[in-house]
Design a protein around this ligand. Structure first.
Ligand code: SAH
Length: 212
């Protein structure tokens, strides 16, 4: 699936290592994921650059460094098993998660993006992913609790309904803020959530409601 692009994918992995990504499982997931299949034909030549790119509908495929870091953070705090992703977008982050964790549930509010992402994941034979069209602010109560939650759009306030769907010992990584956003980690310990500010980031907004 990577063929002509394997060299570019390997170079991207080297760059991510230099920038501090250490987890070997995460790095090999990045090396094995054909990012050129997650963008439009005209952007393929940029698909292994460490940048966010437009995917239509005013949305973006996340920067590979951010994808790797968010995945690594969950793994480093001991998350294993079932993951909820909010904001499927292109499905690139979903594909990486599916190679690192046992099972991934992913929600997207824009139906056309969700359909394209679904096709890509089938093409890559990643069958441990379940997708849904809907409003991720509400999470996915019928599939909860989750060991990890990853939100790939910026929330203006902490989504309590998502925190409520974490299992004990579970963790959520999410950008919080509007203009100035902070990548934030919440770890559930009993009835408490331990909050860590990780880094300044820039994501598209987490919007309430769904569109057809
Ligand atoms: N991880 C994706 C990022 C896509 S951008 C990728 O790398 O391709 C963020 C996505 O979140 C967009 O597709 C947007 O439509 C979606 N989104 C925004 N608000 C949402 C909500 N409330 N529920 C579900 N998806 C949402």
């Amino acid at each position: 699936m990577l063929s002509n692009y394997q060299g570019s994918a390997n170079a991207l992995v080297e760059l991510l290592k230099q920038q501090g990504v250490e987890d070997e499982v995460v790095l090999s997931a990045i090396a094995n994921t054909p990012r050129h299949l997650f963008v439009d034909e005209v952007l393929k030549h940029k698909s292994y650059e460490n940048t966010a790119l437009p995917i239509g509908q005013g949305q973006t495929i996340s920067q590979p460094f951010i994808v790797a870091k968010m995945t690594e953070v969950l793994k480093q705090v001991g998350v294993k098993g079932r993951i909820l992703e909010v904001g499927t977008g292109s499905g690139y982050q979903t594909a990486v998660l599916a190679q690192v964790f046992e099972q991934v549930f992913s929600i997207e509010r824009i139906k056309s993006l969700q359909w394209q992402a679904r096709r890509r994941l089938h093409l890559l034979d990643l069958y441990n992913v379940t997708m849904k069209h809907g409003d991720g602010w509400k999470g996915w109560a019928s599939k909860a609790p989750f060991a990890g939650i990853i939100v790939t759009a910026a929330a203006q306030s902490v989504p309590d309904e998502l925190l409520a769907q974490l299992e004990d010992g579970g963790a959520m990584v999410i950008p919080i803020g509007v203009e100035a956003q902070t990548l934030t980690l919440f770890v559930k310990q009993g009835e408490q959530f331990i909050r860590h500010a990780l880094a300044p980031v820039r994501f598209v907004p987490l919007v309430a409601g769904e569109v057809g």
